[in-house]
Design a protein around this ligand. Structure first.
Ligand SMILES: Cc1cc2nc3c(=O)[nH]c(=O)nc-3n(C[C@H](O)[C@H](O)[C@H](O)COP(=O)(O)O)c2cc1C
Length: 169
């Protein structure tokens, strides 16, 4: 699958998932794109938590800036996000609704602080029945970057490499 056309696309509010996305991109090549919401989220963690909770409770679909993305250009799409309130951030719901992934291979990846993938890979599988959704990789945010509880990050390159190897990249 190394020679196929790869895209890494991700949402990251605090930078952890961004680091993860960049590690994948370094290994698999192709294109990388960041999903950026039109709205600005609060920087203070508790305020961000509340804003995200409200979006989830109201089942919102926050807008994101144009990705200039045509999925015809890709075979394998790595899709990354942080866990937010035990699910994907609502902007990711919108992203999955906006694009047609039929016939594509989707590889989810996410960061978290204890929920692992929280069932989100199964959620993606249930949304994208016409795609081949592979098992993803979940990394604790504090292991790769910023930890709200003050843990120490470490180099996750080997973890990412061996996972990619297992799934054929
Ligand atoms: C609004 C919000 C909700 C979160 N909800 C969860 C959660 O339900 N489960 C979990 O394990 N971590 C949760 N976290 C922790 C984040 O998933 C974790 O810090 C992640 O690495 C942040 O990614 P980012 O730096 O790419 O934004 C939450 C963080 C925020 C800001």
């Amino acid at each position: 699958m190394r020679d196929e056309r790869n895209l890494v696309v991700y949402f990251s509010q605090m930078g952890n998932t961004k680091k993860f996305a960049e590690l994948i991109h370094e290994q698999v090549g192709g294109d990388i794109k960041q999903i950026e919401t039109v709205r600005n989220y609060p920087e203070i963690y508790d305020d961000l938590a509340n804003a995200a909770k409200a979006e989830k409770d109201n089942n919102e679909r926050p807008e994101y800036k144009d990705l200039n993305l045509n999925l015809d250009d890709y075979d394998n799409i790595f899709i990354g996000y942080p866990m937010w309130w035990y699910t994907l951030p609502m902007v990711m719901y919108k992203f999955f609704e906006d694009y047609d992934f039929s016939g594509k291979t989707i590889i989810p990846f996410n960061t978290h602080e204890g929920s692992y993938d929280g069932g989100t890979w199964d959620t993606i599988k249930s949304w994208e029945r016409d795609a081949n959704v592979l098992d993803g990789l979940a990394i604790r945010g504090g292991d790769i970057g910023v930890d709200p509880d003050g843990g120490t990050p470490s180099d996750q390159t080997e973890t990412v490499k061996s996972w990619l190897n297992e799934i054929g990249f």
